[in-house]
Design a protein around this ligand. Sequence first.
Ligand SMILES: [Zn+2]
Ligand SMILES: [Zn+2]
Length: 342
Amino acid sequence: MDPNAYKHHLVNKYSREELQRQLDAEDFQRITVSFYRYVRIAEPQAFRDALYACWDHWRCLGRVYVAAEGINAQMSVPQPHWEAFQADLQQRPELKDIPLKVAVEDDGKSFLKLMVKVRPKIIADGLDDGSYDVTNVGRHLDAEAWNQALEAGATVVDIRNHYESEIGHFEGALTPEAETFREELPEVLELLKGKEEEKVLLYCTGGIRCEKTSAYLKHHGFKDVNQLHGGIIDYARQIKTRALPNHFKGKNFVFDERLGERVGEEVISHCHQCGAPCDTHVNCANKECNLLFLQCPACAERYEGCCSGECQSVIQLSPEEQAERRKGKQPKRRFTSHRKVG
Ligand SMILES: [Zn+2]
Ligand SMILES: [Zn+2]
């Protein structure tokens, strides 16, 4: 057991509050942007270091993954540096003309720090990329073409995890039960069995997961594979700017401090504790648990922000007793899509 676990935890906790305080004190706006590209990056570590130095200097925040196969980024960029940020991307050959997706519903407080990590892959898909042609992707549809295909009754599959599609998805979409992308792919294949000759529509948050999935489906004999270009994030922007009908119901789950971006006005999911309509994700107030789940305001009050009576009893312990319980344990991100009564 790490004897410094308690100390580290406090440092992290306070630095998080300090980071939040700094963010609240800023006198400029921020833009929440996401982008990705599958592109050959010769030296991921050097590439990462160069990006980090530049972005940190501009006080950009976010979560970015770099791999030999490409880049996947979710960031918040200070408005005063937005032009310079874009110009900088343009002058890097790997990132030239990369499509940027700007969030629609945004208070600019989406990230607290900048993290740029080198990883073996930009999305953990569990696939052996050597076994099929990853560049043979589906047809990319813009929001208008997507709507037409939907209205014509094509099969649509949400290739995100269940906790994401639970709070929002396209009308009539198949929503797999999987909790990770790795588990998702075989399930999608199973769901689509027998539809090899039909038109299939795929979508995800920002489009990145559709790249590998569409190639994977084509490899498995699907003839007419289509994907929503730019994902739900860009669909939301296009229906606003181009005044198109919206076929997305509820919220788009996003992996930042906001946890969700409203696209459709309706609430399609329920509180995991009492079953009342609710699409607000929270992390259990018991840091040791940290479960991400849906909780309505009444249950938040009743359970003091906890997922269960058990967690509630933990947060009622003294800070010292709680720290003792946490010793050596790292809070991890966990999700539930299931109603869990405390
Ligand atoms: Zn409730
Ligand atoms: Zn809990």
